[in-house]
Write a protein that binds this ligand. Structure first.
Ligand code: HEC
Length: 212
Protein backbone atom coordinates (compact mmCIF):
# COMPACT_ATOMS: atom_id res chain seq x y z
CA UNK A 1 0.00 0.00 0.00
CA UNK A 2 2.71 2.40 0.94
CA UNK A 3 4.45 1.49 -2.30
CA UNK A 4 1.40 2.23 -4.36
CA UNK A 5 0.90 5.53 -2.61
CA UNK A 6 4.46 6.66 -3.26
CA UNK A 7 4.15 5.63 -6.91
CA UNK A 8 0.99 7.69 -7.21
CA UNK A 9 2.54 10.73 -5.58
CA UNK A 10 5.60 10.40 -7.79
CA UNK A 11 3.28 10.38 -10.82
CA UNK A 12 1.53 13.47 -9.50
CA UNK A 13 4.82 15.23 -8.84
CA UNK A 14 6.02 14.44 -12.37
CA UNK A 15 2.73 15.64 -13.80
CA UNK A 16 2.95 18.91 -11.90
CA UNK A 17 6.59 19.32 -12.84
CA UNK A 18 5.74 18.83 -16.50
CA UNK A 19 2.90 21.31 -16.33
CA UNK A 20 5.28 23.83 -14.81
CA UNK A 21 7.91 23.20 -17.48
CA UNK A 22 5.38 23.56 -20.28
CA UNK A 23 4.04 26.74 -18.71
CA UNK A 24 7.59 28.11 -18.62
CA UNK A 25 8.03 27.45 -22.36
CA UNK A 26 4.75 28.99 -23.38
CA UNK A 27 5.09 31.44 -26.25
CA UNK A 28 5.13 35.01 -25.11
CA UNK A 29 7.63 34.43 -22.31
CA UNK A 30 6.92 36.66 -19.37
CA UNK A 31 4.33 38.76 -21.21
CA UNK A 32 0.88 38.40 -19.83
CA UNK A 33 -1.86 37.18 -22.10
CA UNK A 34 -4.67 39.69 -22.48
CA UNK A 35 -7.45 39.16 -19.99
CA UNK A 36 -5.31 37.07 -17.68
CA UNK A 37 -4.77 39.75 -15.08
CA UNK A 38 -5.00 38.42 -11.59
CA UNK A 39 -4.92 34.71 -12.42
CA UNK A 40 -1.14 34.56 -12.37
CA UNK A 41 -0.92 32.42 -15.53
CA UNK A 42 -0.69 32.88 -19.29
CA UNK A 43 -4.16 31.36 -19.89
CA UNK A 44 -7.39 33.04 -18.89
CA UNK A 45 -9.32 30.70 -16.61
CA UNK A 46 -12.45 30.95 -18.79
CA UNK A 47 -10.57 29.73 -21.89
CA UNK A 48 -11.35 26.04 -22.49
CA UNK A 49 -8.46 23.59 -22.33
CA UNK A 50 -7.46 22.00 -25.65
CA UNK A 51 -8.88 18.53 -26.20
CA UNK A 52 -5.40 17.08 -26.59
CA UNK A 53 -1.99 18.31 -25.52
CA UNK A 54 -0.08 16.53 -28.28
CA UNK A 55 1.71 14.25 -25.81
CA UNK A 56 1.83 10.45 -25.72
CA UNK A 57 -0.11 7.95 -27.85
CA UNK A 58 -3.02 5.59 -27.22
CA UNK A 59 -1.98 2.52 -25.20
CA UNK A 60 -2.21 -0.78 -27.11
CA UNK A 61 -4.32 -3.72 -25.92
CA UNK A 62 -1.18 -5.67 -25.01
CA UNK A 63 0.20 -2.80 -22.97
CA UNK A 64 -3.08 -2.43 -21.06
CA UNK A 65 -3.30 -6.20 -20.48
CA UNK A 66 0.26 -6.21 -19.08
CA UNK A 67 -0.72 -3.62 -16.47
CA UNK A 68 -4.31 -4.74 -15.76
CA UNK A 69 -3.33 -7.52 -13.38
CA UNK A 70 -5.44 -6.65 -10.34
CA UNK A 71 -6.66 -9.63 -8.30
CA UNK A 72 -9.84 -9.04 -6.30
CA UNK A 73 -10.31 -10.33 -2.73
CA UNK A 74 -12.69 -13.06 -3.98
CA UNK A 75 -10.09 -14.30 -6.47
CA UNK A 76 -11.39 -12.64 -9.63
CA UNK A 77 -8.42 -11.92 -11.86
CA UNK A 78 -6.25 -14.78 -10.58
CA UNK A 79 -4.32 -16.34 -13.49
CA UNK A 80 -3.90 -20.01 -14.37
CA UNK A 81 -1.11 -21.86 -12.61
CA UNK A 82 -0.47 -23.36 -9.19
CA UNK A 83 2.18 -23.91 -6.56
CA UNK A 84 2.85 -25.35 -3.10
CA UNK A 85 4.83 -24.08 -0.15
CA UNK A 86 7.32 -26.90 -0.67
CA UNK A 87 8.01 -25.57 -4.17
CA UNK A 88 8.02 -21.98 -2.94
CA UNK A 89 10.55 -22.50 -0.13
CA UNK A 90 13.67 -22.49 -2.35
CA UNK A 91 12.28 -19.61 -4.41
CA UNK A 92 11.65 -17.61 -1.24
CA UNK A 93 15.16 -18.40 0.05
CA UNK A 94 16.74 -17.21 -3.20
CA UNK A 95 14.58 -14.17 -3.95
CA UNK A 96 13.09 -12.87 -0.71
CA UNK A 97 14.96 -14.06 2.39
CA UNK A 98 17.82 -11.57 2.01
CA UNK A 99 15.41 -8.76 2.85
CA UNK A 100 12.60 -10.49 4.78
CA UNK A 101 14.56 -13.13 6.76
CA UNK A 102 14.73 -16.89 6.19
CA UNK A 103 11.50 -17.45 8.17
CA UNK A 104 9.83 -14.15 7.30
CA UNK A 105 11.02 -12.53 10.51
CA UNK A 106 12.01 -9.32 8.72
CA UNK A 107 15.23 -7.45 8.04
CA UNK A 108 15.73 -4.75 5.42
CA UNK A 109 12.13 -5.48 4.40
CA UNK A 110 9.25 -5.92 6.83
CA UNK A 111 8.26 -8.93 8.93
CA UNK A 112 5.99 -11.22 6.90
CA UNK A 113 5.33 -14.14 9.23
CA UNK A 114 3.92 -14.40 12.73
CA UNK A 115 0.47 -14.68 14.32
CA UNK A 116 -0.75 -12.88 17.44
CA UNK A 117 -1.93 -15.10 20.31
CA UNK A 118 -5.58 -16.02 19.65
CA UNK A 119 -5.28 -13.95 16.46
CA UNK A 120 -6.38 -11.01 18.55
CA UNK A 121 -4.56 -8.19 16.78
CA UNK A 122 -5.77 -5.01 18.47
CA UNK A 123 -7.37 -3.38 15.48
CA UNK A 124 -8.58 0.14 16.29
CA UNK A 125 -7.01 0.07 19.75
CA UNK A 126 -3.39 1.07 19.47
CA UNK A 127 -2.64 -1.26 16.56
CA UNK A 128 0.29 -2.66 18.53
CA UNK A 129 2.10 -5.77 17.37
CA UNK A 130 3.62 -6.79 14.05
CA UNK A 131 1.36 -6.37 11.04
CA UNK A 132 2.30 -9.65 9.43
CA UNK A 133 0.43 -11.55 6.74
CA UNK A 134 -0.93 -13.88 9.44
CA UNK A 135 -1.92 -11.20 11.92
CA UNK A 136 -3.15 -8.40 9.71
CA UNK A 137 -3.90 -9.22 6.05
CA UNK A 138 -7.59 -9.87 5.36
CA UNK A 139 -7.24 -11.81 2.07
CA UNK A 140 -4.78 -14.42 0.82
CA UNK A 141 -5.47 -13.25 -2.74
CA UNK A 142 -3.96 -9.86 -1.89
CA UNK A 143 -0.67 -11.57 -1.05
CA UNK A 144 -0.59 -12.96 -4.59
CA UNK A 145 -1.51 -9.60 -6.11
CA UNK A 146 1.06 -7.67 -4.06
CA UNK A 147 3.95 -10.06 -4.62
CA UNK A 148 3.26 -10.38 -8.34
CA UNK A 149 3.19 -6.63 -8.96
CA UNK A 150 5.86 -5.39 -6.57
CA UNK A 151 8.31 -8.05 -5.35
CA UNK A 152 11.22 -8.72 -5.30
CA UNK A 153 11.63 -5.06 -4.44
CA UNK A 154 14.56 -4.64 -6.84
CA UNK A 155 13.01 -6.72 -9.69
CA UNK A 156 9.22 -6.30 -9.61
CA UNK A 157 7.37 -8.24 -12.30
CA UNK A 158 10.18 -10.76 -12.78
CA UNK A 159 8.34 -13.75 -11.25
CA UNK A 160 6.18 -16.12 -13.32
CA UNK A 161 2.62 -16.77 -12.16
CA UNK A 162 3.66 -20.31 -11.12
CA UNK A 163 6.44 -18.86 -8.96
CA UNK A 164 4.08 -16.32 -7.38
CA UNK A 165 1.60 -19.10 -6.49
CA UNK A 166 4.42 -21.14 -4.90
CA UNK A 167 5.86 -18.18 -2.98
CA UNK A 168 2.37 -17.13 -1.83
CA UNK A 169 1.80 -20.69 -0.59
CA UNK A 170 5.12 -20.53 1.26
CA UNK A 171 4.21 -17.21 2.92
CA UNK A 172 0.88 -18.71 4.05
CA UNK A 173 2.76 -21.79 5.27
CA UNK A 174 5.19 -19.64 7.29
CA UNK A 175 2.09 -18.13 8.94
CA UNK A 176 0.64 -21.61 9.75
CA UNK A 177 -2.27 -21.08 7.39
CA UNK A 178 -1.73 -23.88 4.85
CA UNK A 179 0.18 -27.16 4.77
CA UNK A 180 3.48 -27.65 2.93
CA UNK A 181 1.86 -29.67 0.12
CA UNK A 182 -1.44 -27.83 -0.24
CA UNK A 183 -1.79 -26.61 -3.81
CA UNK A 184 -2.61 -22.95 -4.24
CA UNK A 185 -4.35 -22.00 -7.48
CA UNK A 186 -7.21 -19.78 -8.65
CA UNK A 187 -9.74 -22.09 -6.93
CA UNK A 188 -8.02 -22.83 -3.61
CA UNK A 189 -6.28 -19.54 -2.80
CA UNK A 190 -9.52 -17.53 -2.32
CA UNK A 191 -10.74 -20.25 0.08
CA UNK A 192 -7.91 -19.67 2.56
CA UNK A 193 -9.57 -17.80 5.43
CA UNK A 194 -7.21 -15.25 6.92
CA UNK A 195 -7.46 -14.66 10.70
CA UNK A 196 -8.00 -10.91 10.18
CA UNK A 197 -10.65 -11.24 7.47
CA UNK A 198 -13.61 -10.05 9.53
CA UNK A 199 -11.65 -7.33 11.28
CA UNK A 200 -11.84 -4.97 8.30
CA UNK A 201 -15.19 -3.23 7.90
CA UNK A 202 -16.47 -0.68 5.37
CA UNK A 203 -16.01 2.87 6.63
CA UNK A 204 -19.65 4.00 6.64
CA UNK A 205 -19.20 7.08 8.80
CA UNK A 206 -20.18 10.55 7.64
CA UNK A 207 -17.93 12.10 5.04
CA UNK A 208 -16.23 14.47 7.49
CA UNK A 209 -15.18 11.65 9.79
CA UNK A 210 -13.63 9.47 7.15
CA UNK A 211 -10.04 8.54 7.68
CA UNK A 212 -9.05 9.08 4.05
C1 HEC B 1 15.77 -5.82 -1.84
C2 HEC B 1 14.93 -6.10 -0.69
C3 HEC B 1 13.66 -6.90 -0.89
C4 HEC B 1 13.51 -8.10 -1.53
C5 HEC B 1 14.58 -8.95 -2.24
C6 HEC B 1 12.14 -8.47 -1.36
N1 HEC B 1 11.47 -7.52 -0.66
FE1 HEC B 1 9.52 -7.56 -0.11
N2 HEC B 1 9.66 -5.69 0.65
C7 HEC B 1 10.83 -4.94 0.65
C8 HEC B 1 10.50 -3.60 1.10
C9 HEC B 1 11.49 -2.45 1.23
C10 HEC B 1 9.11 -3.60 1.35
C11 HEC B 1 8.25 -2.40 1.77
C12 HEC B 1 7.76 -1.79 0.46
C13 HEC B 1 6.83 -0.62 0.64
O1 HEC B 1 6.31 -0.41 1.73
O2 HEC B 1 6.60 0.07 -0.36
C14 HEC B 1 8.63 -4.93 1.09
C15 HEC B 1 7.31 -5.33 1.27
C16 HEC B 1 6.87 -6.61 1.08
C17 HEC B 1 5.55 -7.09 1.43
C18 HEC B 1 4.45 -6.26 2.10
C19 HEC B 1 4.68 -6.25 3.58
C20 HEC B 1 3.59 -5.48 4.32
O3 HEC B 1 2.86 -6.10 5.12
O4 HEC B 1 3.46 -4.26 4.10
C21 HEC B 1 5.48 -8.41 1.08
C22 HEC B 1 4.29 -9.35 1.24
C23 HEC B 1 6.75 -8.74 0.48
N3 HEC B 1 7.57 -7.64 0.51
C24 HEC B 1 7.07 -9.98 -0.04
C25 HEC B 1 8.27 -10.26 -0.71
C26 HEC B 1 8.52 -11.47 -1.42
C27 HEC B 1 7.55 -12.63 -1.52
C28 HEC B 1 9.77 -11.37 -1.96
C29 HEC B 1 10.47 -12.35 -2.86
C30 HEC B 1 9.78 -12.72 -4.07
C31 HEC B 1 10.30 -10.09 -1.55
N4 HEC B 1 9.36 -9.43 -0.80
C32 HEC B 1 11.57 -9.64 -1.86
C33 HEC B 1 12.08 -5.36 0.31
C34 HEC B 1 12.36 -6.53 -0.36
Amino acid sequence: MRGLRSTLSLGLALGLGMGYALGGCAPGGSERAPGSEGDGGARASSEPLPERFGLGRPAGDGEIAALAIAVMPDGRGLPAGSGTAREGGPLYAAQCAACHGSQGEGGLGGQLAGRITDDAFDFGDGMEGPRTIGSYWPYATTVFDYVRRSMPFDRPGSLTDEEVYAITAHLLYLNDLVGADETMDRETLPQVVMPARDRFVPDDREERNRVW
